[in-house]
Each structure stands twice: as C-alpha cells, then as structure tokens.
Write a protein that binds this ligand. Sequence first.
Ligand code: PLP
Ligand code: ZN
Length: 417
Amino acid sequence: MAELFELKCRECGKLWGNAPRSFCEDCFSPLEITYDYAAIRASLRREQLSSRPHTIWRYAELLPVSPDQIPSLPVGGTPLVSAPRLAKSWGLGELHIKNDAVCFPSLSFKDRVVAVALTAAKRFGFETVGCSSTGNLANAVAAQAIRSGLAAWIFIPSDLEAAKVMATQIYGAKVARIAGNYDHVNRLCAQIADKFRWGLVNVNLRPYYAEGSKTVGYEIAEQLGWRLPDNVVVPMAGGSLITKISKAFRELTELGWVEPKPVRFFGAQATGCSPISSAVKRELDRFEPQKPNTIARSLAIGNPADGPYAMNVMRSSGGWAEDVSDPEIVAGMRKLAEFEGVFTETAGGVTTAVAEKLIRQGRIAPGGTTVLCITGNGLKTTDALAGEFAAAEPIPPRLDAFEAYLEGRLSAAVATK
Ligand SMILES: *Cc1c(COP(=O)(O)O)cnc(C)c1O
Ligand SMILES: [Zn+2]
C-alpha cells in the first residue's frame, strides 16, 4: 500500500485503496480500514505520544488520516472519571465513566467520528457533506463542517428532540426533516449519495467515520495507565462504537502497548429499539429489524448496519447484552447525576440502567475494572425529564419566609415532587 491504511472487505478481504465507498463490489459486504501495523509498530513507540495534546489526533497513526492532513480542531480527550459512589451502590470494585457528554465541540462521542470523516471528505474533494442522523451526528456534522469550509446537508427523522434540531440549525446547516424513522432517512441518504457528489459521513464515508470511534478505546486504555479494563458497557445504535472499541483494544495489544487481557463487551439498548440486544439474549444467529419506539432517540436504529459485528464482539468476548424500558432509562439518567454528578442524555441512561441490570444478573462480575461509556449530554434531551421535577412556587425574599419554608410551613407554596 502506498499509504499505511486502506479499505478492506470485511468478508472476502479484497483491498480497495482509499475512496468514498462503503461496500465491496464483489461480495456486497461492508468495508473497513486496515493498517500496516508492522510499519506503525516499527516507527511509533507509546512513549512518543506523551508529548502530544490530549485529542483524538494523539493517535493519528492509527486513524485513516495522512500526517499532513491533521485538522486543528481539538476533538476528544474526554475525562475518564472514577465512580466510587456508584461502584459502592452496585457492589463493584473499580468503576469508571468515560465521559463523552463533554466531548468538544458538540457534546457527544459523534464528534470523534465526524472529525475523521470530514478529513476524508476533504481529501476526496467533496464540497458538500451530510449525514442521516438520530441527532448527535447531525450536531457534530453541522458544527464541524462550517469550520472545514464545507456545506452541510443534514437528514433527520421528523420526531427528533427540539434541542438536537436547534443545535444543528444554529451552525447554518441545511436541515431536511424526513417524515419517517431513521431507517427511512438512511435509505434515502444512500440514494442521495449515489445521485449527488456529496460525502455523507455515515453512508459513502462510513469506513472512515467508524474509525473515529476507536479513539474512545485508546483513551480508556491510556487513562487507565496503559491497561485494559475487564468489562466495558457500551450503548448501541448502529452497533459501530462497540465493535470499534474492541478493534482499538486489539490494536493496542498487537502494538505491544498494553498487556494482552480478555475484555468482556456488554451492549446496551432501549427495549423500544432492541434488535441487537434481543438477538444476543435469544441467542439468535442474526437480528430481526424493529420499528423503534423509545425516548432514547439517539439509539433508535431499527436495522443496525453493524449489528452482526456487534453481536460477534459480545459473544466472542464472553459479554452479553441487555435493554431497559423508558422509565428505567430516566431512572438511569437520574442515578448517574445523583451519584456521580454527570448529566447524560437518554443514551447514557440506557448505559447506566443496563449496567445495573447486568450486575444484578451476575453477568458483570463485581471484581475487576468496569468502564461505562457515557456518550452524550443531558442538556440535549431534557424533554425526557419533563414532569420529573415539579416547578416550585417562588419564596418571598424574606428570612421569615425562608424559615417557614425550611420548617415546612410554606410547603404548599414550594411543592416538590
Ligand atoms: C450514535 C450514538 C451511539 C451509538 O453509536 P453506534 O456506533 O451507531 O452504535 C451511542 N450514544 C450516542 C449518544 C449516540 O449518539
Ligand atoms: Zn468482499
């Protein structure tokens, strides 16, 4: 290979160079990026990373970007937060939260995938980019396209949260609301990518996009002191993130940067859209597509493109999958906030509630190190919390009134739920 990375068919292994394409034309299987690991291993030592900034570009050699193309935007490098109170309540030894609720610039892990995809879009000469999105991807593409000097067309299902729609429009992106669910939107985008010369990050640029998710895995390992965890709990929409964290851990092991270690992968979905977790729990060979109906809209993909690979990662690692109802999702959001001070969106509620369920079931063992992947910010899905907290009547600005309130005499006026 002329470069140290190129497209490779996941099934037949045929190499396809670097181009905006996501499927093998011989066998119609998905493509992914493969690297010349021997060359990377020979030219890069782990210690060389320590002088680089804490962004996804720290791991540039393991991403499909050329050294002269690395953008200036400091994406990623989010905190790994220890979660001792939650660990205690669940009876776990060591628990950490990988907090992508504060990922720059648009407050979800989708900033990572978009940063890599737009670098590829520029390299391939696209002037217009876009995506089909369940919300966070829309925000990330809109925010980053403007910085890259690219026009953006964003396609979303019509029922998205108001905050996610506005956080796309604010950047000046063109937003097309489609009367249908994500799977309808995605099918339309495949046709649009064929017809127009546009770079759709999760369609014709999907193999490049997906590699950005690996940086979650690199960061977890490095933040644990170049050590792999025993268990990771990952929310699943299209099923890409969980497979790419697994790829990241494999690569780090292959490079000799971490000790080999079996890591169990646990996938989290909402019961109202659970094609992958249902298939794992029922031990089916393949998943059955579903029609989504859940408040976890960012995970509402009924026909997940990477579903089979996600199932394989969970099964072959000795992990498992679970799903939780809408009330359990809200309880998960509240629990993470009340125990650890992290305000996550519905997807993080799914991850937290699923982790709790898996611990109760004994699927996640109490010993060892567990990491919860919190992927998005709570301020984007406040709709899900409507009615959770009653609005209190104001207290008159007088000490006696506050004392009355403290003693409960003003309780009628300041009713809380
Ligand atoms: C997209 C998304 C996911 C899941 O991503 P996949 O790679 O499609 O499985 C998880 N959490 C949030 C907040 C997302 O926006
Ligand atoms: Zn093939």
